[in-house]
Design a protein around this ligand. Structure first.
Ligand SMILES: [Zn+2]
Length: 249
């Protein structure tokens, strides 16, 4: 009996640590933003917990000067598991049921949520895009892997349409009538760039595996306008210095 209780307690502790680590936009309620005296230039000084924002391995970056490393193919296994859409005051995020994952470095990373930034956070060869999706994954130890997909303006994306069908206007959440799969956010070609970076929002924790898909997807002008109007501000952290990091292709 005592043993069972201990197991449950350990389970709860690790679960709460895990969920916190998987939330790329943790710090809900903390007073940070994208403009003025709570903007990205000020994040480090807002709270001692945000000190990593001044680190040397920060995201986003300009993905350029890449090194040919013959990266191994990614193994995506995504299914329809997006059940709710959240406006957390910083982005629009879709939370995902367990059961979707990607294998990186032989390690399984489970998809926890995806969310969006407009304009894009990462640049590719010096180019900014109107939208970027971040597909946030965590392994069993809470290590993060983020798959980034940039979008140009063009034909509408059906997965984005489904995900944003119930976009809350203010902070809050809504249930999605039909579960969405993140598979519809991925380009047909799974070629990618790779670098080591951080959360792009406070607390800017480093040690995040970044996978940036090479090929852009598209969203329509109407979809882009709906997102930008709903959020009401640009939610991209400016690009950070790559410093000594190799960027692989
Ligand atoms: Zn993000």
């Amino acid at each position: 009996m005592k043993f069972e209780r201990a197991l449950i307690a350990v389970g709860l502790i690790s679960l709460s640590g895990f969920v916190g680590a998987a939330d790329e936009h943790a710090g809900h309620g903390a007073h940070w933003g994208y403009e003025g005296n709570v903007g990205p230039d000020q994040w480090t000084s807002l709270k001692p917990e945000f000190s990593a924002c001044a680190g040397k391995n920060q995201s986003p970056i300009d993905v350029s000067g890449t090194i040919d490393a013959k990266l191994k193919p990614l193994r995506f296994s995504y299914k329809a598991g997006g059940h709710e859409v959240v406006n957390n005051g910083h982005t629009i995020q879709v939370n995902i049921d367990t059961g979707s994952s990607v294998v990186v470095d032989g390690i399984q990373f489970d998809l926890k949520q995806f969310h969006f930034h407009s304009p894009s956070e990462n640049h590719i060869s010096g180019k900014s895009y109107p939208l970027e999706a971040h597909l946030v994954h965590a392994d069993k130890d809470g290590n993060l892997a983020v798959v980034a997909v940039v979008f140009n303006e063009g034909p509408a994306n059906a997965t984005v349409a489904a995900a944003w069908s119930q976009m809350p206007k203010a902070e809050g959440k809504a249930v999605l009538p039909t579960k969405v799969s993140a598979a519809g956010l991925l380009p047909k070609s799974h070629d990618y760039y790779r670098y080591n970076g951080s959360l792009t929002t406070p607390p800017c924790t480093e040690g995040v595996r970044w996978i940036v898909m090479k090929k852009p997807m598209t969203v329509s002008k109407e979809q882009l306008n709906a997102f930008q109007t709903n959020l009401g501000f640009a939610n991209n952290r400016p690009i950070q210095p790559a410093n000594a990091r190799p960027i692989l292709k």
